[in-house]
Ligand binder design. Structure first.
Ligand code: 5RP
Length: 262
């Protein structure tokens, strides 16, 4: 692997080989998502605990100080909205020049396997990989399901993740699911887990993150279950402990309870 690519991956993934990416890109199709209405207020307290942030160029420029940040994974796909005809109809929104200008450590793009726009999104991924490899910038592929949350099963996610890796993604972001080991086993590049919509209890989040790590994920790219929680700093610290310190779900719960009461 060339130096620039290896160096950018090392910025994103610390030396223990695990990572906590904090996504705050949701506004690119959801608008002012709950608890992300004012991105700076959401991002600033969480930044010290994130290994990287997943973010669009508009929010980086407006809401993150260049002299006080973490590595950037730039969200470079979009062009659709929650109220539009089809969430899957995304394109590439951001030139490689802009990615370099913003000193991003990686680029992220969604693929929509099994939709009418499967081919477009897979060819967009290939184009992005071609450009990224030219400049040593890794691509994180996001196996998106749009509004069809029921698609999140091992067979489908393994298919999407493998295709993303075959097309050259250096990291694949997918959902945790029952039988998650099948997804990881079939994907020859590192896998990180997305969170999805907020779940009922903190413990459920700790359990699926822990399970996914045991089954081979290198970390998470987990947003709403952190920053929509009433105690986001407690949440990110607890999840960080599972990822970087091998905490059990119960130990993570203790960390959450302690930090929440401080
Ligand atoms: C939005 C994304 C998010 O980065 C991803 O869904 C992770 O966030 P969450 O944990 O809130 O699902 O790709 O398109």
């Amino acid at each position: 692997m060339e130096w620039g690519m290896a160096n950018r991956l090392a910025q994103l993934i610390p030396s223990d080989g695990r990572c906590l990416f904090l996504p705050v890109d949701h506004g690119y199709f959801q608008g002012p998502t709950r608890k992300l209405e004012e991105p700076r207020k959401t991002i600033e307290p969480l930044l010290p605990y994130a290994d990287a942030i997943f973010i669009t160029r508009g929010v980086v420029r407006s809401s993150v100080d260049p002299d006080n940040t973490r590595p950037i994974i730039l969200r470079v796909s979009g062009g659709t909205s929650m109220v539009g005809a089809d969430l899957a109809n995304e394109g590439i929104t951001t030139d490689i020049d802009e990615v370099i200008r913003l000193n991003a450590s990686a680029m992220g793009l969604s693929i929509f396997v099994g939709t009418d726009y499967e081919k477009d999104s897979l060819l967009s991924l290939s184009k992005l990989v071609n450009e990224g490899e030219r400049y040593g910038i890794p691509v994180m592929a996001v196996t998106a399901v749009g509004k069809e949350l029921e698609k999140r099963d091992a067979r489908y996610l393994a298919l999407c993740s493998r295709i993303a890796a075959e097309l050259g993604a250096r990291i694949v972001k997918t959902y945790w699911c029952e039988g998650f080991e099948k997804v990881v086993k079939g994907c020859p590049v590192p896998v990180v887990m997305a969170g999805g919509p907020r779940v009922e209890t903190e413990l459920e989040v700790f359990q699926f993150v822990h399970d996914g790590i045991q089954k081979g994920a290198i970390g998470v790219n987990l947003g709403r279950n952190i920053w929509q929680n009433e105690h986001p700093v407690a949440m990110i610290k607890a999840i960080r402990a599972i990822i970087h310190d091998d905490a059990t779900p119960e130990q993570a719960q203790e960390i959450y309870d302690t930090v929440k009461n401080e």
